[in-house]
Design a protein around this ligand. Structure first.
Ligand SMILES: [Zn+2]
Ligand SMILES: [Zn+2]
Ligand SMILES: [Zn+2]
Length: 379
């Protein structure tokens, strides 16, 4: 397969963090707080602006209703036919991801509050599973719920929310997880730039250096024969389940989410576009492998000029006062990766390598973008 650019839909003013495609229907969620629903032919069939903050995730249910999770801490359900949105559940912190059970009787939500919620679509809470650390992504197939966590661990739960297996070993926090259509295999990605694939029941994962920047998302095709990853390096990459590189497509923006749909590849980008690429039937040239970056023992960049973020620090770009980061070179304040990643974007634009927490009195960690690690030793 070789994927060639086909169409672009400009759907959101700002990053598109949520994307799902089921039975010819597309749902998208944007940092502009909006949810959009369209057909694969490009016809808009609905939109909702009920969320009061950025939308992190959308998932289309069996009856075409769209579940969503938002920084406004709610899980909502949008019914495009009735043009109605209502609250299904509430978390104590940002909702990062939502997923449906196969039978459409439950919605799972992963939250920065460290819990996974299971809800009935009508709004009753079934259970709440405490994982003790921000949960960034949840997927559900058959009797398996998979959670990608900020503690660098993959959690595999049964359909009642009981933890059956954990797979540690990632170098950095995890961003996304996807179960294969037969629920036998699981793939996950994160900040350490790797793709991991494992059997759900047992065994060590295959670990593949996948991108030159963090990997926001991973998804399987309908047959379970192909995977696609999406990255802040501005590319999406297609893989076999054994981690063999098939193709890499490059676009002029971060790719937040990539999905297969039939012979097409759909990319949700940082600039709010839905980019569709079509398979032209030719065999792609195998892309060059990515080298695993070596994490140094200590940071040679650490040389702070500014260590005070001032009173009530806010992200200079989007105004978020939640978990801001201070650039110790110039005093820029940017939001974190779980929001709009303005701290990271500042590093990419300025080359200023080091940040610390900008929250008052919370000068308790140091980060180096150049080394992609927490600074524990200097020099
Ligand atoms: Zn460094
Ligand atoms: Zn921001
Ligand atoms: Zn700076």
């Amino acid at each position: 397969m070789t994927f060639l650019p086909a169409r672009v839909h400009e759907l959101h003013s700002g990053p598109m963090k949520g994307l799902d495609i089921v039975d010819g229907h597309i749902a998208t969620g944007g940092a502009d707080g909006n949810i959009r629903v369209l057909s694969v032919t490009g016809r808009h069939t609905g939109s909702s602006s009920a969320h009061t903050d950025l939308v992190n995730s959308v998932a289309i249910g069996p009856d075409g209703k769209v579940a969503s999770g938002s920084r406004d801490r709610t899980v909502r359900l949008f019914d495009p036919d009735a043009s109605r949105t209502y609250v299904v559940g509430e978390h104590d912190h940002w909702v990062m991801s939502v997923a449906w059970s196969d039978d459409g009787t439950r919605i799972a939500s992963a939250s920065e509050d460290g819990t996974v919620g299971l809800w009935e679509p009508e709004g009753a809470q079934v259970t709440r599973i405490d994982l003790g650390y921000p949960a960034n992504s949840v997927d559900w197939r058959g009797d398996v719920i998979a959670v990608a966590n900020g503690d660098r661990t993959l959690y595999l739960l049964d359909g009642d929310g009981v933890v059956r297996r954990t797979v540690p070993g990632a170098e950095q926090l995890l961003w996304d997880v996807a179960l294969s259509p037969d629920a036998r295999r699981v793939a996950w990605t994160g900040r350490d730039r790797c793709l991991r694939v494992a059997d759900v029941s047992s065994g060590d994962p295959i670990v593949v250096p996948a991108h030159t920047h963090q990997v926001w998302s991973v998804a399987w095709d309908e047959t379970g024969d192909r995977l696609v990853t999406a990255s802040a390096d501005g590319s999406a990459a297609v893989w076999t389940p054994l981690g063999e590189a098939v193709e890499r497509v490059v676009v002029p923006a971060w790719v937040r989410r990539a999905l297969f749909h039939g012979a097409d590849l759909y990319l949700a980008t940082e600039d709010g576009d839905l980019r569709i690429l079509s398979d032209n039937g030719l065999v792609a040239e195998t892309p060059d492998p990515i080298k695993t970056p070596v994490t140094p023992e200590s940071c040679i960049h650490w040389d702070p000029k500014i260590t005070d973020a001032g009173y009530r620090p806010r992200c200079r770009e989007c105004g978020s006062s939640e978990e801001p980061r201070l650039c110790v070179t110039c005093g820029h304040i940017g939001c974190c990766e779980s929001q709009l990643a303005h701290g990271t974007k500042h590093w990419l634009e300025s080359g200023h390598p080091n940040t610390v927490s900008a929250e008052p009195g919370a000068f308790d960690w140091k980060w180096c973008y150049a080394d992609d690690m927490y600074v524990k030793r200097v020099g």
